[in-house]
Design a protein around this ligand. Structure first.
Ligand code: GLC
Length: 546
């Protein structure tokens, strides 16, 4: 039995990381917003689940245009979330329980309330003006027709300067000019500040966008991207035993290797989105393509093979920008728990570092919000855009129901008590009405629950090296119902069996697996020769030669 020890420089290869969206995790003072003391009060529960680290979505001071992804001060905490003392206490208390903290680094842009931007607005001669990206007017002629990710032009007019500034996201998120060495040095110093406070790693927001060249229409994968990342590694990450994971929507396999090949260190790993975009046309609308299990399997195989021995995968199905996976690829009705357990098994059998998103361990589902209840900065624009493309109102609302980022952001469901135990006040976003049945308290007591299943999977990953080292082989690639794969080392083999259907299907382990032991089953009473609805199993073989 191996134990997970952070003494190893690559401890994160055995780790399971849990993402917290602080606004929605646990409120401690009744203001309807989650906060850092609330997180501290739930650390024991996370330790019991078995996670090794927390990725904390931004807690920095911010006007909250994009829920904290618009930072006004990288070295201060947003007061409703707590104080710097609270943050220090979180780092300390987490560490006592063997849990590391990863901060979210938003380096592509700041808030328009950041002192750098306020200075920049004072005049073209101000030293901070060049911290951002500007273009000359007149007002009716922006340099090009680039669009911002949250709608509208990417160029915002500033009458007092007679210039536009560039923003890839909201108007309140001006892009930082990475070509200015002063910007880069300020950011590296800020990273070192957090390392000195005791954080063990970082998630790097839209990191593939930092080296944009807007005058040439380039946002992702700009020509100087890897030069900057190597510099950041040298200046901020080297010598530190920290883990870094970069968000890179624009990465294919070749690009991914540039970030994480051990012989040219930049980041530990990236989040790539190939698998999660399986039901989306490239750059198009979510759901614009039907889900296809064979396509998903091929994409998973592509990355499992492509990074094997050469880089390292991150594994995820949920985050704060994505709808809940059980509502998307599973069945959030009758088979909610079964399909949530199956998706967990599918993911946690793979090679890579799993990132779980709060509530995933309960099988939390999408939220039935009314139009006026959506809070995400992108929701209103998306709705308007769809109407302007001729969509009917009910279809545009159905689109938000299926795909809005707020689906992931409803409060964490702790108990069947008031507001699911999230707050004694009015939650900033409504609690999903299914909390009386879907909550941590109930699931911790139920040996068959989704929460218990995640707990078992996390423990298994820790004890068998095959999870970390095994090669990946996809079986039955064309099956529309089964996701079947093996993992192998010279000493051990693992067979992962996942049913993507609510029908019972005949099933026998493939030849050679007759002697295998059943490590884990999502059903408490599995039937012989049949897989139940959305059932998942893991079989294990210790090889004789071992
Ligand atoms: C990333 C974040 C998302 C945010 C965007 C702009 O994609 O995950 O929540 O809106 O960057 O910072």
């Amino acid at each position: 039995m191996e134990t997970n020890s952070k003494a190893r420089p690559d401890w994160w290869k055995d780790a399971v990381i849990y993402q917290i969206y602080p606004r929605s995790f646990q409120d401690s003072n009744g203001d309807g917003l989650g906060d850092i003391p609330g997180i501290i009060s739930r650390l024991d529960c996370l330790a019991e689940l078995g996670v090794d680290a927390i990725w904390l979505s931004p807690v920095y001071d911010s006007p909250q245009v994009d829920n904290g992804y618009d930072i006004a001060d990288y070295r201060a905490i947003w007061p409703p979330f707590g104080t710097m003392e609270d943050m220090d206490a979180l780092i300390r208390e987490a560490r006592k329980r063997g849990i590391s903290i990863l901060m979210d680094l938003v380096l592509n842009h700041s808030s328009d309330r950041h002192p750098w931007f306020r200075e920049a607005l004072k005049g073209r001669d101000n030293p901070y003006h060049d911290y951002y990206i500007w273009a000359e007017g007149p007002e009716d002629s922006p340099p090009n027709d680039m669009r911002a990710a949250f709608g509208g032009s990417a160029w915002q007019w500033v009458p007092d300067l007679g210039q536009f500034y560039f923003h890839q996201f909201a108007v309140g998120q001006p892009d930082l000019n990475w070509d200015n060495p002063g910007v880069r040095q300020e950011l590296y110093a800020m990273i070192r500040f957090w390392i000195d406070r005791g954080v063990d790693g970082f998630r790097l927001d839209v990191i593939d966008h930092i080296a944009k060249e807007p005058f040439r229409g380039i946002t992702k994968n700009g020509p100087r991207l890897h030069e900057y990342l190597q510099e950041m590694y040298r200046e901020a990450f080297r010598e530190q035993r920290i883990v870094t994971v970069g968000e890179a929507w624009g990465a294919d396999l070749e690009e991914a290797l540039k970030y994480c090949r051990p012989d040219r260190p930049e980041l530990s790993m990236i989040f790539q989105f190939d698998h999660i975009c399986v039901d989306r046309e490239e750059e198009g609308l979510w759901g614009s393509r039907p889900f296809s299990l064979p396509r998903l399997k091929r994409r998973v195989e592509h990355w499992q093979h492509g990074l094997y021995g050469r880089g390292w995968n991150s594994l995820f199905l949920n985050n704060h920008d994505l709808p809940r996976i059980v509502s998307r690829w599973g069945d959030d009705g009758l088979y909610r728990a079964q399909s949530a357990k199956m998706l967990a098994t599918m993911l946690l059998g793979l090679q890579g570092t799993p990132f779980l998103y709060q509530g995933e361990e309960l099988g939390m589902t999408n939220a039935p919000l009314a139009l006026e209840e959506y809070r995400d900065v992108s929701a209103a624009n998306q709705y308007k855009d769809l109407l302007s493309q001729g969509w009917r109102e009910e279809d545009a609302l159905a689109y938000l129901h299926a795909w809005s980022r707020d689906n992931a952001r409803t409060p964490m469901q702790w108990s069947e008590g008031e507001n699911a135990g999230f707050t004694t006040g009015t939650p900033w976003l409504p609690v999903n009405p299914n909390y009386p049945t879907v909550n941590v308290r109930a699931q911790r007591e139920d040996p068959d629950s989704v929460w218990r299943h995640y707990q078992k999977l996390i423990a298994l990953r820790r004890c068998c090296p095959v999870f970390r080292e095994g090669t990946f082989t996809l079986l039955e690639p064309d099956s529309e119902q089964l996701f079947l794969y093996t993992r192998d080392t010279p000493r051990e083999s693992l067979l992962v069996v996942c049913s993507f259907t609510g029908e019972e299907i005949p099933f026998r382990p493939p030849e050679g697996w007759e002697r295998a032991s059943l490590l884990l089953d999502s059903q408490s009473a599995p039937l012989p020769d049949v897989l139940g609805p959305w059932e998942a199993r893991m079989y294990y073989l210790a090889k004789e030669s071992a």
